[in-house]
Each structure stands twice: as C-alpha cells, then as structure tokens.
Design a protein around this ligand. Structure first.
Ligand code: MFK
Length: 584
C-alpha cells in the first residue's frame, strides 16, 4: 500500500531501487485459526471460554513489535562466560542478555511453568490450555522455552519420585513470580554421547557425613544459569550400564551463596539457540541429593519422567516453529508483488503454503492429543490404556514433528526469497533454532527405537493403532472425511502388520523403526484430523476435513527401510581413506 501511494505521488525515483513493504506478523492467537480450532476441539466449551482471554493476551504480546525486538536483541547478545573475577577468584559467571531474561519473565508470569501445577477451571484440560499458551509464547522466547521445558520436567519428576526436601523446591519451579521462580537444567549428556546414557561416567561418592558428592564431566548442559538441575551419576561400586545409575538434584550455588564445586569449562559455540547458554561443566565433588533410593538403579527410569515431559515441550517447539514460519510466509505473501501480480495469487506459491498448513495441522493434532492425555494422567483420571497410549505417542510425536518442522521453516525461509536468507529478516534465526529440535531430547532414530521398546514392553503399538482405528471407524461413511478415514484405516492395517512382524523379530527391526514411527505419526494425525474435521464440518467449516483429505492424499505409509547392503553403504564407509587431523 505504501509503495502504491508513493508511486502515485511519483516519489519513488528518489528512493533506492529495492523497497518493499515489510511483512508484519499478525496477532498470533487472533490470526491462527488452526491453533484456535485445535485448542477448542480438545477442550469443553466452558474451559475454552475460560481460557480464551489469557490466550488472546499472550497472542497479542508474543507478536507485538516490542517482544519481537527483545527476541532479536537476545539473539544478538549471546551469553558470556566470565571464569575469574578481577582479582583472580574463580567465579564462573555466565552472563545472559537482559532481553532473554525479560522474555522468560513474560512466559513465567503467564504460566508457562506454573499453569499445569495450579488449581485451574480446566481440570484435566489444563495441559491443553498450557500447550496453546506455550505455542504462542515459545517462538518469541529466544529459546527461553528450553529452561521452561526442563523446569516443568524437573517439577513433575520431583513430585513423583522425590522426598519432602525435593518437593520443597517445586514451589519455586512452578511459581509465576519471576523474582521468586527458579529454573532447572537437565545435565544428562556426557562425552560418551547424549543417546547412550548408560555410559554415564560421573561418579557419586557418599562421605562420612552422609552427603553425596559428584565428580565427572557433563558435556552438554543447556540453560546453565538455572538455579538447579537434575543429573545422573553412578554411586561408587554400582553396576555398569543404565541399571547402575542414580538421579540427583544438584544446585548451582550452595545455601550460603558460594559455588558448588562446579567449573564451567567453556560455553558451546552452537549453530543456533544463541541466546541460550549451553556449557561444558566439570563437577569437582559437587554436593547433590539423590532422588529416590540411591542404590536401586532406578535413575534412568526416574529421569524418563522428565524426558517424556521435555519431549512434549520439544514437540510444541516444533509445532510452534511451523506455525511461526507459516505466519511469516503468509505475511510476506500479503505484501509482495511478483511478475506484476500479488504473490498470494500465484498458484505455485498457494500450493506450497497450503501443504505447509497441512503439516501444521498434523503437528497440532499430535501435540494437542499428547497434552489431552498428559492432563488426564496428571489429574489421575487416565485409564491404563491411555497411559500406554501416551507412552507410545510421545516419542512418535516428538520425532515426526521435529522432522516436519525442519522442512517447514526451510520452506518459510525460501518463500521470502533472498531477504529470508538475510539475518535481519529474522528467518535465519528461526531456521537455526528449529534445527536443534530433532537433536534435543533424543534424535529421530533414538526416539523410533524408544517407541519400539514401548511397543515391546507395554503393547504401545496395538494401543496406538486401536485408538486411531476407533477414531476413524465411525467416520467411514462421512461425506466430508469418509475417504480420508478409509485411507487411514488401510494405512493402520498395513502398519500393524509391519510393526507386529518387527516385534516378532522379522527382518531388521531397528532399521525399520523410523519408517514405522513416521507412518504411525502421519496416520494417527490423519485419524485425529478426520475426527476434528467432522466436528468442524458440523459447525459449518470444511477446512479441517479438507486438511485430513490432503494428508491422506499425500500418502500415510512411508517406504520401508532402505536395503543398505545393496546400496553399498558399507563399502563407502569402510573403503574411505581419511586425511587430515580432524581440526577445522
Ligand atoms: C534447546 C536446547 C538446546 C540444546 C541442544 C541439544 C543438543 C543435544 C543435547 C543432548 O544431548 S539432549 C539429550 C538427548 N538424550 C536423550 O534424550 C536420551 C536418549 N536416550 C534414551 O532415550 C534412552 O532410551 C534412555 C537413556 C532413556 C534409556 O536407555 P537405556 O540406557 O538403554 O535404558 P533402558 O533399560 O531402556 O531403560 C531403563 C529404564 O528406564 C527402564 O525401566 P526399568 O528400570 O523399570 O526396567 C525403562 O522402561 C525406563 N525408560 C526408558 N525410557 C523411558 C522409560 N520409561 C518411561 N519413558 C521412557 N521414555
């Protein structure tokens, strides 16, 4: 509009030859039909009505220029490690941008850590409201969403497995008062890797005073400014592997304000998440408190409570990144002209944006369903079957939304053309920050194997498939979603056969795990969108029904695992002649 006005006033000749009305993000709740509908579908009417005001407020806050400016400044002001004070004292301070802290305060006040632990009018729907809140705040938080994820996971872990001293800190982790609230880290990754936690090398020794002290290297610790963390260590003399590990609560500072024998080796130089401090830590006899019986080898089982929660946060990070990428792409399509026409009118671009919206709806369907189940579990009203369903759906949702988010934000950047590749458009930060999602809290393959384990141990495959079947079976004749429902049912039958034969040991189950999990994610999302589409159609809106149809049309069952021997993969690995010394 501005350009048109200037052209009319003939003022353009004095201007530089590249001038474009900026794409402006709209209010993220008011403009996001998919998020609003998914939230409404997963809540009863009264809960939605009660939640809408705070969601609308966060939607307005998250995309207003002042908040986006804070996020951009936080990205430009990465953390600094100050190892020593001026006169030689080892202090190991990590200084973060005040913009990053302010973004955290906005989230904490709104309840991103507190809401699920409060007495709310939403009952078991509290996690659905919380999920929508997180989806709105997260993409503007400069990755403050990372400490929020771990804080939530730590609070639940302490409540479920801790003693009175552990539970005493939960009030701080779930406080909405930013001056009182603590965050928690999760120090799990060591040099042996983030996946193979059983190789944890940190040793826990118990002194004559009964106090536990930890010694070892934690190699990838995010949100290192958090007041506390949960971490794993092996008591002296305990078994090798994951069955010898104990979960500990550890504080950065001791009660008297002195350091807890934790040395910061260095900050990590990461592709993205630049506002968020991530460090290598050396524990040099740091005081820590075991959570649960320190000798029962249940540390990994206990930290899994945290992992399952942070994996749902991760899924929200992915889903919200798709939503934000789509919002940018739409904002640009609103203002950009190409070849003498508005970009929004170009068929090729319309098709691309439509498919991005399908990915967004599928991600929302999975992540909201996890929240619905999580709320029921936390409120003590879930059936045994629902507990198993959540156990299986969590890794499937995490791995699929993570992969979809990478494709979607890359597409969003591309849809802005060259300017989207430039830092000041902020799209590169979105792309960088999204790339952590499939890595953080377990890679795609590790999550696929986790699903296989849940399937073998608790029947999660059958439960997931039966739940999706029960959703689509009554919809087969529906005029709007019937075709998708039938496709979904066929896909579920095929996946059940594949999964069952894998669990019976046929072929190479590990190699096939990823394609099974991706197929389950897409088919389960499609089933849920069929149900939601029918619900929306009854209210006169056919868009979600069309979304389910499109998802089914794109194909629900992926190709089976590649035959790596025939493809010559081993030859390529074994016969290569390495050069150099590994330094960049
Ligand atoms: C935004 C932030 C930026 C940060 C950048 C990120 C960069 C990367 C940093 C990282 O490294 S993040 C950490 C990534 N690592 C992981 O997420 C861990 C991946 N590994 C797994 O998930 C393994 O499956 C796990 C360590 C949890 C377990 O593997 P193990 O050692 O082979 O143990 P096992 O025997 O399977 O399980 C031990 C117990 O835990 C069993 O219970 P019991 O003791 O009763 O038999 C399991 O049933 C239980 N368990 C395991 N996974 C579970 C679970 N229980 C419930 N839910 C689960 N998901």
């Amino acid at each position: 509009m501005l350009i048109a006005l200037m052209r009319a006033q003939n003022k353009l000749s004095a201007m530089p030859n590249f001038l474009q009305d900026p794409p402006l993000l709209p209010d993220s709740w008011g403009s996001d039909r998919a998020l609003r509908e998914a939230t409404r579908f997963h809540l009863d009417e009264a809960s939605f009505a009660a939640a809408e005001e705070q969601l609308a407020a966060m939607g307005a806050t998250a995309t207003r220029p002042e908040t986006l400016a804070l996020a951009a400044r936080a990205e430009r002001e990465p953390p600094i490690h100050v190892p020593y004070a001026a006169w030689g004292e080892r202090v190991d301070e990590i200084r973060v941008s005040d913009a990053y802290i302010e973004l955290g305060r906005i989230g904490v006040r709104a309840g991103v850590t507190g809401l699920p632990y409060e007495d709310t009018p939403y009952g078991a729907g509290a996690r659905v409201v919380w999920g929508a809140l997180l989806a709105l705040w997260g993409p503007s938080s400069a990755l403050y969403s990372c400490p929020v994820a771990m804080t939530d996971g730590a609070a639940r872990t302490l409540l479920l497995h801790g003693d009175l001293d552990d539970i005493a800190v939960v009030g701080r982790l779930t406080s909405r008062d930013p001056d009182h609230a603590w965050t928690s880290g999760q120090w799990m990754t060591e040099t042996a890797g983030g996946s193979d936690v059983g190789r944890t090398g940190t040793v826990a020794s118990r002194g004559p005073d009964g106090a536990w002290r930890l010694t070892g290297t934690k190699w990838f610790t995010s949100a290192t400014t958090s007041e506390m963390a949960l971490t794993l260590a092996r008591p002296e003399g305990a078994a090798e592997g994951s069955k010898g590990l104990t979960l500990f609560r550890i504080h950065r500072l001791l009660d008297d304000g002195t350091r807890n024998n934790i040395v910061v080796r260095r900050l990590k130089d990461k592709l993205g998440t630049r506002a968020l401090p991530t460090a290598e830590l050396e524990l040099e006899g740091a005081l820590a408190w075991p959570i649960g019986d320190p000798y029962d080898g249940g540390g990994v089982r206990r930290i899994s409570t945290m992992l399952n929660i942070t994996r749902i946060h991760n899924s929200w990070g992915a889903t919200a990144a798709i939503g934000r990428g789509l919002a940018w792409a739409r904002a640009y399509a609103r203002v950009r002209d190409v070849f003498g026409r508005p970009l929004r009118s170009m068929s090729a671009h319309r098709a691309t944006l439509s498919d991005m919206a399908v990915d967004y709806a599928a991600s929302l369907a999975l992540t909201m369903r996890c929240c619905e189940l999580m709320g029921r579990v936390e409120h003590g009203v879930a059936t045994e079957t629902e507990v198993t369903l959540l156990r299986g759906l969590t890794p499937v949702t995490k791995l699929a939304t993570g992969r979809w988010s990478i494709a979607a934000v890359t597409e969003a950047m591309e849809s802005l053309g060259g300017v989207g590749y430039c830092e000041d458009s902020t799209l590169p930060a979105l792309v960088r920050n999204t790339h952590v999602i499939p890595i953080w809290e377990g890679t795609t393959n590790v999550l696929a194997l986790d699903f296989l384990r849940a399937a073998a141990r608790s029947g999660a495959l059958e439960v997931l498939i039966e739940d999706a079947r029960a959703t689509v079976d009554p919809l087969k004749e529906d005029p709007h979603v019937g075709t998708a429902a039938v496709a979904c049912r066929d896909a579920l039958s095929e996946l059940k056969l594949r999964g069952r034969s894998m669990l019976d040991g046929a072929g190479d189950p590990e190699a096939a795990a990823r394609s099974l999990a991706m197929g389950l994610a897409t088919s389960y999302a499609c089933a849920r969108l069929c149900a939601q589409g029918r619900w929306a159609a009854e209210r006169g809106d056919l868009r979600t029904a069309a979304t389910a149809a499109r998802l089914a049309e794109r194909g629900l069952v992926p190709a089976k695992a590649p035959r790596h021997l025939e493809l010559g993969m081993d030859d390529e690995i074994d016969r290569a002649a390495p050069v150099g010394d590994g330094r960049a």
